[in-house]
Design a protein. Structure first.
Length: 277
């Protein structure tokens, strides 16, 4: 029997965060897309640059959205966006005329309110030095396939003043279902790639996922802060199944438990289907 438990009315558009691309051989979303497809979902990807500005990346995502609609014949899409990708999704909805083409937006660890840590760190160095330091990073991402890399603009999107201005200029649109999720690590040493950033953000802002605290990511219909089960917690890399590994086998039946990240996304999509999206 064919499993259609994730066969939503509208196709899914997965929008990645900063620093990565939608690569075929090592997908940003780990095992998630394939699991959703096995359960009947139609899955598409944002296809934006690794390190582009919100505005530039949003135009790329819009093209991917329109292509998904053309391929499926659907009227709308459900967007699931991680980290900075959530800002780009909000931008295309509110400022690129796509409000009538989006049924729902789910953001995960998106810096809706910016990062105090980024404010503090950028305040320690002259902006001219930061811009100069971003140039070789732009070159690197261009070599990897970015069309319009702009690392400085991408970083600035995380500043609290920029986030506040963005929120004023990019409000939620009526007729679209919005929801958001947050995550935190339980220990800085539970993720070898994010221990230093977790300690740094923790110094300025408290508990975080190695990049952002819950305060920064709360948006419309906040579904809670997920901390995992064991001492490890959930890091910014874990949130998209980047490492493709189980977080814990010791599920205790509590609402905010996550043992396997792809199954967490499957639950989200099943709820979207149940709600008629």
């Amino acid at each position: 029997m064919i499993d259609r438990s994730a066969a939503t009315k509208y196709p899914l558009l997965l929008v990645h965060g900063m620093g990565f691309r939608d690569r075929k051989h090592y997908c940003y979303w780990g095992r998630t897309a394939k699991l959703l497809e096995r359960h009947g979902a139609r899955v598409f990807f944002g296809g934006q640059d690794s390190s582009g500005s919100v505005e530039s990346n949003a135009r790329c995502v819009k093209r991917s959205l329109l292509a998904a609609l053309e391929e499926t014949g659907a009227e709308k899409v459900n967007i699931l966006a991680h980290s900075k990708g959530g800002l780009e999704a909000r931008y295309i909805i509110t400022r690129l005329g796509c409000a009538d083409k989006v049924a729902s937006l789910t953001t995960l660890a998106t810096p809706h309110h910016g990062s105090v840590t980024v404010d503090r760190l950028m305040g320690l160095v002259p902006q001219s030095v930061i811009k100069a330091g971003c140039k070789p990073i732009d070159l690197w991402f261009a070599l990897l396939g970015d069309k319009s890399p702009d690392t400085y603009a991408a970083i600035c999107a995380f500043r609290t003043a920029d986030a506040e201005r963005f929120n004023i200029e990019t409000p939620d649109m009526p007729g679209i279902f919005y929801q958001s999720y947050g995550f935190v690590m339980r220990s800085a040493f539970s993720d070898t790639l994010m221990w230093l950033s977790n300690l740094t953000v923790g110094y300025f802002e408290g508990a975080n996922d190695g990049l952002l605290p819950p305060r920064a990511v709360k948006w419309t219909n906040y579904r809670g802060t997920y901390t995992g089960i064991d001492k490890r917690g959930i890091s910014h890399f874990d949130e998209t199944d980047f490492r493709r590994r189980r977080l814990s086998d010791r599920l205790r039946g509590k609402p905010n438990e996550i043992g396997v990240i792809p199954e967490f996304y499957l639950r989200i999509v099943k709820r979207l289907k149940k709600s008629g999206f």
